[in-house]
Design a protein around this ligand. Sequence first.
Ligand code: DGL
Length: 265
Amino acid sequence: MNNSPIGVFDSGLGGLSVWQVLQKTLVAESLIYLGDGARCPYGSRTREEVVRFTFEAVERLLGEGCKLIVVACNTATAMAISALREHYPQIPFVGLEPAVKPAALRTRSGVIGVLATERSFDGELFCRTSAQFADKVKILRAVGEGFVEAVEQNREHTPETEQAVRRVIEPLIAQGADEIVLGCTHYPFLRDTMERVAAGRDIEIIDSSDAVERRVEYLLDKFDLRAAANHTPEYRFLSFAGDDYIERLQRKAMAEKRERLASKI
Ligand code: DGL
C-alpha cells in the first residue's frame, strides 16, 4: 500500500490524454502531471535535448515523491526510457509506444498508418515492433505536421487544422490504410477532426492509453504500490513554463473527458 502520487510527464498538454484515462480508472490514486511547456514541441529536437529535458522532468517528479512515473510522451519514451530505467533502477517507469501490434492484428487491408513525431520514429522499440510485423503488414509512417502546435495553441477545431489533418491522413487512406495509430499523445485531441476527415471510409483510429493504463495497474500490483481503496486522490499540475501554462493544463485536464479509446468510423 502506498498513497504517494503517480507522476505523469509530457512535453506539454498532450500527455493529458493519458492522464484522463488514469484519472478515470485509478480512482484512489493521486496524480502529479508535469507538462514542460517551455520547450515543447520535442518531436523535432535532438536526441540529447529530449534526454536532458526528460531527466529534468523526472528529477522534478521524484522530488515530489512520485512512486511510479508514466512518460506520457512517445518522443521522450523513444529517446530516454532505457536511460531512465538504468539511472533509476528502483523506480517503475511506464512509457508510450505507438500501438502497432493491435493495429497489425486488426487490419483487414494489411496496411496500417502510424502517425508520430519525427524523433519517435527513431525509437528502438518502434523499430523493433515494426520489424516484427513487417512481413505481415505494410506500415506507413507519417509525421503529424503541425498537430502538436495546433493542440498547444488551442487550435484543434479551426479549418486550418482540419486541412493539416487532411493533408496527413488522406495519403494514408489512399494507400489502403484501414488502421490509423496515434503515436503521439497530443494527437488524440485531434481525434474528432480525424474522424470527420476519414468519415465513411471504414477506418479505425487507435491510441495507446488503454495499454498504458493496464501496464500501470500491473506495476502497481507487482510492487505493492496501490493507494488505499479509501484514499482521497489529489491532482496537481506542474510546468517549466509558468503559472498561466499550469492553469491551461488544469483546465484542459478537467474540460475534455475522452470517453473512447478506439473508435470505429
Ligand atoms: N506528446 C509528445 C509525444 O507523444 C510530444 C510531442 C512533441 O513535443 O513534439 O510524442
